[in-house]
Write a protein that binds this ligand. Structure first.
Ligand code: URA
Ligand code: URA
Length: 199
């Protein structure tokens, strides 16, 4: 006998959809669970939390930042968005797009933890300071950590800039956040190719 993964996913999705563990439930329109391959998943992308477009649709990274993320993955890295699992630290929109509080991240973390256990990816990509610092339990900033392959719970964690940050820093000059992100997504693609060769 082994655990029925589909049932486990369904139960987790229902729990998130009805969650009232923190105050974000009072202002949300939709929870944003995450989306992507639920089996044979190599890479999980973890953002911060839903924005207005995600709250309206129930899907992660579908607004301006999401469109940029999709472009970075697909045009910069040749990585189809649908080949990755995409989710966030918190599943409900923080009002005014503020950062989730420590308490909100903490009460939501059981959902991300369950997703990671069900997905058991090879790589977790964290976008920006919030998910990077939360998962690594560090106060080091994203500028220092991005582009590094970090051993985390026996798998690889790879911090990248958050696409919202790139929207505010549009330069493509050498060494700019966008230029560095272009390098990072190529490094991510090389890692995925290496992993696919190994199995
Ligand atoms: N920003 C995030 O961190 N996550 C989303 O889903 C959308 C925007
Ligand atoms: N601060 C963040 O939270 N993320 C970035 O990508 C850059 C600065």
């Amino acid at each position: 006998m082994s655990i029925d993964i589909n049932t486990a996913w369904d139960e987790l999705k229902q729990k998130v959809a009805g969650c009232q563990k923190c105050g974000l439930c009072r202002t949300r329109n939709n929870t944003v669970f995450g989306e992507g391959p639920e089996i044979n998943c190599r890479v999980v992308i973890v953002g911060e939390g839903p924005g207005a477009d995600e709250d309206a649709t129930g899907r992660p990274f579908v607004g301006k930042a999401g469109q940029l993320l999709t472009g970075i993955l697909e045009n910069g890295g040749g990585i189809p968005r649908r080949s990755l699992y995409i989710t966030n630290i918190v599943k409900c929109r923080p009002p005014e797009n503020r950062n989730p509080s420590r308490e909100e991240a903490s009460s939501c973390s059981e959902y991300l933890e369950a997703q990671l256990l069900l997905l058991h990816p090879d790589v977790v990509v964290t976008l920006g300071n919030v998910p990077t610092q939360w998962l690594l339990k560090t106060s080091q900033g994203i500028t220092a950590l991005r582009g590094q392959w970090i051993n985390w719970r026996g798998i690889l964690l790879f911090p990248m800039f958050h696409p919202s940050f790139l929207l505010r820093n549009d330069s493509r000059a050498k060494g700019s956040p966008k230029d560095l992100t272009w390098q990072d997504v190529k490094s991510l693609k090389a890692k995925i190719d290496e992993l696919n060769k190994g199995s």
